[in-house]
Design a protein around this ligand. Structure first.
Ligand SMILES: [Zn+2]
Length: 447
């Protein structure tokens, strides 16, 4: 397939998607009628510009209005109109937003996962350890890692860690998951970046043998070069010969992840005919050309549950539609490590880009740092908010605390021209604040 064939397939899918939205999508039906638009106004994906951009907040405030009313579409097949799964977006666990999949959407997800798992290099002879937690709210991470493994026909293990529920105590401890990796000779580890790192850290402390592990898939968070190097070194200490770290990029509204095909900083879309992506200038909201960074917007072209068109994901990234020089795949790539559009913040009048701070902080992992978190806002225990403080919480061995406090402080001053207040924490502090899923490495409590 080439880009022209892809566009014509996307246009065909869009035509059908718009027809269904016009008949039965509360939000788009109303918008089109209010603005004198009909399905004939949408001949190609370029016509999507006639529709408004949708923010995360708009979707979160009324998720039901972004769901096709299938009762109004009696002619759809059983697959198309049968509700299959409800997954919830990550972000704020206190107010999770439901994302509805019908059987049609679930099968699309499985196809996406099969292709992503292939790109990542999972093969039928693998034993995959799913390290996503069994969380209170169902996120797509653990579901996708399990289904992707099953689409390939590889063996599946699931750690089922997470916050214990006293009524039905089925959760396992992290150390049980570590035992499983060793006992079952897992070849692939798959989970959230910071959690997989703590698994390796703990396994090292336990003196485990992970010589079977050859591939580690981390997602949900970026994996800066220092973190990657740290994980690789730890895996080698655990006996792995030549471990490969793959940092995928995914979000609930894309259903599954885009995977790295090599150690270049890009990730292939697996089923580009299902989605249309735009990269927009944050100021003008106009499309920017391939290679330029901008806000990512996604439009669903072939869904029956939740349908979002021109939905702003909240990330800054760029696109490339050229054949991949590394693997020869034609599927378009997200280029560069995506970072949060709303991430750049001001402290004491200085602009701070958290992704640059994370890149630098990851270098301290090889110097003994176990975990860290930036918090903008007041210090714990202070009654008066000192709103302009950058607090850096770190965990490390007691013998390294003094040195790392100094090194971390110098690093932040060099990178961001601001002196952080450093607080040393026990490593367990970070598992406690992970709130059952993951914790934010840069938390702005002023918002
Ligand atoms: Zn490639």
């Amino acid at each position: 397939m080439n880009i022209h064939q892809l566009r014509s397939l996307q246009n065909k899918n869009l035509k059908r998607m718009i027809e269904l939205c016009y008949k039965a999508h509360p939000y788009y039906q109303k918008y089109m009628k209010d603005n004198d638009l009909t399905p004939t106004d949408f001949k190609s994906v370029n016509d999507l510009g006639r529709l408004p951009l949708i923010s995360k907040t708009e979707y979160a405030l009324d998720p039901e209005s972004f769901r096709l009313n299938l009762e109004l579409l009696p002619d759809l097949s059983l697959e198309e109109k049968t509700l299959s799964d409800i997954l919830y977006t990550t972000g704020s666990t206190s107010n999770p937003t439901p994302f509805y999949d019908t059987a049609h959407d679930k099968l699309a997800r499985l196809q996406h996962l099969f292709k992503s798992a292939q790109i990542a290099g999972i093969v039928p002879s693998d034993t995959v350890m799913n390290l996503f937690p069994l969380s209170t709210v169902t996120h797509q991470g653990p579901i996708n890692a399990s289904w992707a493994t099953m689409t390939i026909g590889a063996k599946l293990l699931w750690g089922m860690t997470g916050r214990n529920y006293s009524n039905f105590p089925v959760h396992r401890r992290m150390t049980d998951a570590i035992d499983m990796i060793e006992d079952s000779k897992a070849t692939v580890l798959w989970g959230i970046t910071s959690y997989v790192r703590s698994i390796l850290y703990e396994a090292e402390r336990m003196g485990k043998n992970f010589s079977s592990v050859r591939l580690v898939l981390v997602m949900g968070e970026p994996c800066p070069s220092g973190t990657r190097k740290d994980m690789r070194e730890r895996l080698k200490t655990l006996g792995s010969i030549n471990p490969y770290i793959n940092n995928g990029y995914g979000f609930t509204e894309m259903q599954a992840m885009a995977m790295e095909c090599s150690d270049q900083d890009w990730r292939h879309q697996s089923t580009p005919e299902q989605y249309f992506f735009e990269i927009l200038d944050p100021e003008t909201r106009r499309k920017v050309p391939d290679g330029e960074n901008g806000m990512l917007a996604i439009s669903h072209l072939n869904r029956r549950g939740t349908v979002l068109l021109r939905y702003l994901v909240g990330d800054i990234v760029s696109l490339n539609h050229k054949i991949c020089p590394e693997c020869g795949r034609w599927e378009p790539r997200f280029v560069g490590t995506p970072y949060r559009a709303d991430g750049v913040t001001k402290i004491k009048g200085i602009l701070i880009n958290p992704s640059i701070l994370h890149e630098k902080m990851s270098l301290l992992f090889k110097r003994g740092l176990s975990e860290y978190q930036f918090v903008v806002g007041k210090r714990e225990g202070e009654s008066e908010p000192s709103i302009d403080s950058l607090i850096l919480k770190i965990a490390c061995a007691a013998r390294d605390a003094k040195r790392l406090t100094r090194e971390a402080s110098e690093l932040v001053v060099r990178t961001a021209e601001i002196t952080p207040i450093i607080e040393c924490k026990n490593i367990d502090y970070f598992s406690d604040i992970s709130n059952n899923y993951k914790f934010s490495r840069f938390l702005d409590t002023r918002q």
